[in-house]
Structure formats: structure tokens, C-alpha cells
Design a protein around this ligand. Structure first.
Ligand code: SP5
Ligand code: ZN
Length: 350
């Protein structure tokens, strides 16, 4: 695979995430990317730096106000005098204006930055620091550079991005994600002339953001396997099997929730069902949301999938014979993240 990367993706350094009110160490760390890159370099993959791209696709996938918020909120936060404690210089929402709170009131933009912090974010785990915007925007450049390669005839490109993206909807970020790289890739492939694009999401968590971006559309299929949100797992409110699309998008969304403890055989059966769905859709290009947090050793999911099964998943997806762009999502076990990604790409490259 052609590997596309950017040093700027390392500038987002989440020192913490706040979960159930407790400040815990960050998990979506820069070392994830350096580990993956080292492994892929060792295996002889060609590595290319991202080229700058304009905001065109980004602003059609996301609400421009979300993009502007992410671009400016850290500086506004600091200018407003937050925070006072050293080492805690991170934007954290304190109030999220839920649909139930607003209850039909006219839409208003809050004056205070500490209120704006919750206007575009739906959890307390996804903090914004000094390098967050630069890294998230660099991930978009990496993704679009990889799209260019695929459109230019490269059969398999891999966007080595962080922060990840599949939890971001049109106007709300969360789940350690800020901008939806895979969604931007799918839209860019559509714009390049692919009439139908499939997104297959292998991350252990449901990609609620990507699903939401394309839920009403027939031209982008979203198909995902993930730990059952009904068993108490993030993102809790999306990822159920009865979510099959809406309006023009009916039938263009497939969720396969898996019980905690699901291991290779059942996981690969689910991969095959995703492959069949893509085949039936008539898609001419494939985006793989390549999270590797289903691995047995991963601290963030209860799935129990081996390195060999990741290779086999790549093999099965490769039988589609489609131009393919793999985009990095989650995966938090630093000791094995490199070999998990390398194994999946080895399968995809067959
Ligand atoms: C891209 C991706 O894989 N996002 C995953 C976000 C889900 N995170 C849920 C975290 C739930 C609690 N984790 C506690 C970890 C304490 N450090
Ligand atoms: Zn995940």
C-alpha cells in the first residue's frame, strides 16, 4: 500500500480524557501513529507526505460553523482566561444543549466560549488542546492526498491519520474524533466520478458520525461491524441493526452489532456479510475505516480478534477488486497496533 502521512498529525497531544467525571490519561496518543509508521516502513511500504488541500470537501461534509469553532476555540479559551491550572489547558464542555433542552426554541449561538465548547461537542472525552486543530486539519490533507492517489490509479492507499474521525457527524464531534476523515474521503471519491462509494468500518466502535453523514443518501453505503451498543458500549445511541437508512438512503446502511467477547470466526463471518453488502451495492470505490481496536489486547474494546483474522479480513475485502482507501481510525494497544494495521493492509493488497 501507498502510505500517506503528515508530521502535523502528531501535534494533537490529549493529555487527558474526562470519563464519568474523572480525568484519566489520554489514550489516542501520538505514539499510535509513530508505531504504525515504523512498522510499515520496516515492511517496505512506500511513504509519502501529505499535500495541502483547500477546505472545499471539508466544508461540504461538515457544518462550516463546526469547522470554524474547531479552528478558533483553543485560542478563544485561552484568551478568556481558562484554565488556571498548569497542564490542564484543554477545552472541556460543561453544558451540551441537547434537543430536549432547546425544545423548539430558536437556534442561538452562545456568547461565552465556555458555552460554545458544548455547542459542537457531544462528550467530555474529546478535549481540544493547542495542537488539536492543526493535527485534525492535517489528517484531512493526508486523507485527500490518499484519495488523489487512488483516483490517479493507485489500487490501495492508506491514510495514516490521527486524530481519527468516524464519530464526527455533520455538526458534532466526539469519541476522540474532530473531523470525519473517512466521510471526507467518500465524498471526495464521489466528486471524482465514482457514482457509488462504499465505506466499510472495521473499528470496534460504531462509526455513528459516518453513518449520520450518509444516512439519507443512496450514493454512499455505510457498513459496519462493532461491539453491540446495546450491551453498554460507546457510542450507545447508534449502531443498532435496525438502522438501515432513511429516505433515499433506505437499504444503504448496514450495522452488525457483536456481543462482547466475539472472536475470530464470528468476526470474520460479519466481515463477509459486509463484503456481500458492498458487492450488491454496485460501489466502484471502497473506503475502509481501519480501526484495529477489536484486537484481543486492546484496552478500549471487549472484542477478541487476532492479528491473523485482521489479515483475513483484508483478504476478504480485497476480493471486491475495488480501488481502496484505508483510513486509520481507533486502536490503542501500542505494542500491537503496527502489526494489526500491517496485517490488514497486507490482506487488502492481495
Ligand atoms: C475512534 C475510536 O475508537 N473512538 C473510541 C471512542 C470511545 N471511547 C470510549 C471510552 C470509554 C471509556 N474509556 C475509559 C478509558 C480511560 N482512560
Ligand atoms: Zn474505536
Amino acid at each position: 500500500a501507498l502510505v500517506v502521512r503528515s508530521a502535523d498529525c502528531l501535534l494533537h497531544v490529549p493529555t487527558a480524557e474526562i470519563w464519568v467525571g474523572v480525568r484519566t490519561p489520554g489514550t489516542e496518543l501520538p505514539e499510535r501513529a509513530t508505531r504504525i509508521e515504523a512498522e510499515l516502513v520496516a515492511r517496505g511500504h512506500e511513504v509519502r507526505d501529505a499535500a495541502a488541500h483547500d477546505d472545499d470537501v471539508l466544508l461540504r461534509v461538515h457544518d462550516p460553523r463546526l469547522v470554524e469553532h474547531l479552528r478558533t476555540v483553543y485560542d478563544r479559551w485561552v484568551a478568556a482566561g481558562f484554565p488556571e491550572e498548569p497542564g490542564q489547558d484543554r477545552v472541556v464542555p460543561y453544558l451540551m444543549p441537547t434537543a430536549g433542552m432547546l425544545d423548539g426554541l430558536p437556534e442561538r449561538e452562545p456568547t461565552a466560549v465556555h458555552a460554545a465548547a458544548g455547542r459542537w461537542c457531544y462528550d467530555t472525552m474529546t478535549l481540544v488542546g493547542p495542537g488539536t486543530w492543526t493535527a485534525a486539519r492535517a489528517a484531512v490533507d493526508v486523507t485527500l492526498t490518499a484519495v488523489d492517489a487512488v483516483v490517479g490509479g493507485t489500487p490501495l492507499a492508506y491514510a495514516l491519520v490521527r486524530p481519527p474521525g468516524h464519530h464526527v457527524t455533520r455538526s458534532a464531534y466526539g469519541g476522540s474524533c474532530y473531523l470525519n476523515n473517512a466521510g471526507i474521503a467518500a465524498q471526495a471519491l464521489r466528486d471524482a466520478g465514482h457514482e457509488r462509494v462504499a465505506v466499510v468500518d472495521l473499528d470496534a466502535h460504531h462509526g455513528n458520525g459516518t453513518q449520520a453523514l450518509f444516512y439519507d443518501r443512496a450514493d454512499v453505503l455505510y457498513a459496519s461491524l462493532h461491539v453491540d451498543p446495546g450491551a453498554g458500549w460507546f457510542p450507545h445511541y447508534a449502531g443498532f441493526a435496525d438502522e438501515t437508512g432513511r429516505g433515499d438512503g433506505v437499504g444503504a446502511n448496514l450495522n452488525i452489532p457483536l456481543a462482547p467477547g466475539t472472536a475470530d470466526a464470528a468476526w470474520l463471518d460479519a466481515v463477509s456479510r459486509l463484503v456481500e453488502k458492498v458487492e450488491a451495492s454496485g460501489a466502484t470505490a471502497l473506503v475502509v475505516s481501519l480501526g484495529v481496536d477489536s484486537a484481543a489486547a486492546d484496552p478500549e474494546s471487549p472484542l477478541d480478534v487476532s492479528v491473523e483474522a485482521h489479515r483475513a479480513a483484508g483478504d476478504r475485502l480485497a476480493t471486491l477488486g475495488l480501488p481502496t482507501l484505508a483510513v486509520q481510525e481507533g486502536g490503542y494497544h501500542l505494542e500491537s497496533i503496527g502489526e494489526l494495521v500491517a496485517a490488514t493492509l497486507a490482506g487488502l493488497g492481495n
